[in-house]
Design a protein around this ligand. Structure first.
Ligand SMILES: Cc1ncc(COP(=O)(O)O)c(C=O)c1O
Length: 394
């Protein structure tokens, strides 16, 4: 997007209120229901507490008011057009409508990608640390997981490409990749992606690039590069997974999509989706279309709010003895080193403090916790108070 257009969106007169308190208890919220009846504030699962963009609410209201909820098209013309213009506008990625495979869940997208990796027993490379389903989809599809450590250098996590290449055998068929990375918040540079693509080309590996967090870049100096848009070879060997769900807080509406330029790969993937996955949700398509067509000024204001939350958390967490957080380039998921506290069970320690976090052990490192800061600032302030107290009493 040109700076000029960004500025126009920022100058939009409507101010959205991210401090607004919304009671999510007893509203079918997985995040809040986990601690029903307890004085524990949830900062675990990756959805935000923000009311979604008014343009999305309006589109949903209109569709609900029609009152008929029969079977829906799997990727209506409207949502396909919105995806095409979103990817062209933000990432200069000229995709074709037929490359889009609608998905009710990106975790299913990881599963169907994994099924494309050779046969049972073949190897898939998975970074560690990683969003936990990356591991279980490999097991569920009876492939063998090859873990490649992420490196922490200059306060930034990245995939160790030397270790990755060294681990490749004749049975290795795929890399499951996450960009921006969850957890860790890394936005890979174009050069890093090209280096990965060259390795994939040399060893003829497929790559599934999960880019669900790509519209949540916090670092102003960073830009997201879709893997499938790097060059022709990358397009030919990649499955890129995306959704409006994280950015616009519509994950409960079950709509995402894969972009697969290679026809042969796409046909196999789409056949599995058709035969094995639940169909996509009607309202998820309506929400995604509205988000991508009319949600940009809301998204930009949300990014500003998240940046402030991030900076606040970074300052406060690093002032607590025993805790260490590194700046994130993207996502609203802080990855915090608590190793100095030597906790037996990080989850219960923080729950006893009144804070519901995700324990790092599920992501591959028990020395960390993950804290979702996509919430109103006052909740974060309360979290910091509770964490400070619990740590000082250890
Ligand atoms: C990297 C990544 N992929 C996929 C998902 C889940 O996607 P879905 O809800 O569409 O299955 C998440 C949710 O946190 C995620 O962080």
């Amino acid at each position: 997007m040109t700076d000029n257009l960004q500025q126009q969106f920022k100058n939009n007169d409507t101010k959205f209120d991210f401090d607004k308190e919304i009671n999510r208890k007893n509203s079918y919220s997985k995040k809040w229901d986990k601690y029903q009846g307890k004085d524990i504030i949830p900062f675990w699962i990756a959805d935000s507490d923000f009311e979604t963009a008014p343009a999305i609410l309006e589109a949903l209201h209109q569709r609900v008011d029609q009152g008929v909820f029969g079977y829906t098209e799997q990727g209506s013309t409207g949502v396909r057009e919105a995806i095409i213009s979103h990817l062209s506008y933000h990432y200069d990625w000229p995709i074709k409508s037929e490359w889009i495979v609608p998905l009710s869940s990106l975790v299913n997208g990881l599963t169907f990608s994994s099924l494309l990796a050779g046969n049972e027993g073949d190897e898939i490379i998975v970074p560690e640390i990683i969003y936990p389903p990356f591991n279980f989809v490999v097991a569920n599809t009876k492939r063998k997981r090859i873990r490649i450590p992420m490196r922490l250098e200059a306060e930034r996590w990245s995939l160790d490409l030397d270790a990755l290449e060294a681990a490749i055998t004749s049975n290795t068929k795929m890399v499951l990749f996450c960009n921006p990375h969850n957890p860790g918040g890394t936005v890979y540079t174009e050069q890093e992606l090209l280096n990965l693509q060259r390795i994939c080309k040399k060893h003829d590996l497929l790559i599934c690039s999960d880019e669900i967090h790509c519209d949540l870049i916090l670092d102003e100096d960073k830009k997201h590069h879709p893997f499938g848009n790097l060059n022709k070879d990358a397009a030919n060997r990649s499955i890129t997974l995306m959704a409006a769900s994280k950015t616009y807080n519509v994950a409960g509406l079950s709509f995402g999509f894969a972009i697969i330029p290679n026809e042969e790969i796409r046909k196999k993937f789409a056949k599995d989706v058709l035969e094995k996955a639940p169909e996509v949700n009607l309202l998820g398509q309506v929400a995604t279309e509205a988000a991508f067509k009319h949600g940009e000024s809301w998204r930009l204001q949300q990014i500003d709010y998240l940046r402030d939350n991030h900076d606040y958390l970074l300052r406060e967490i690093n002032a607590i003895p025993g805790l260490k957080m590194f700046p994130l380039e993207a996502t609203y998921l802080a990855w915090i080193d608590v190793s100095v506290l030597a906790l037996d069970n990080a989850e219960s320690f923080f729950e006893n403090a009144g804070i519901g976090i995700s324990a790092g052990v599920y992501f591959g490192d028990k020395n960390f916790i993950r804290l979702n800061f996509a919430c109103r600032r006052s909740l974060l302030e309360e979290a910091i108070k509770r964490i400070k107290k619990a740590v000082s009493e250890l």
